[in-house]
Design a protein. Sequence first.
Length: 94
Amino acid sequence: MSNIAVDIVGYIGAIFISIAFLPQTIKLIKTKNTKGLSLMSYSIYQVGLTSFIIYASLINNIPLLAANIFGTVINIILLTLIIFNLYYNKNREK
C-alpha cells in the first residue's frame, strides 16, 4: 500500500475518532444533564488521549496527532461539564 493510501486511511480514522463524542458533547451542552456519565471513565480516556498525543508527536504521525488533539478538546469540554454539574448538584443539595 502506498504512503498516500496509508495516510488517507489514517485521516479517515482520525475524522471518525474525532467526531465520535461530538454528538454527546452537543447533547450535554444543550441539556446540561451529565447524570449518566462517569467522571472516572472520561478522566482515564483523557490519560489515553494525552499518551497518544505524545506518541503521535514522537513518531510524527499527523493524522493520529490531529485526531487526539481534537478528541482532547471534546473530552475536556465533557469533563468540564461533568465536574461543573457534580459541583452544582452538590451545592444545590445543601
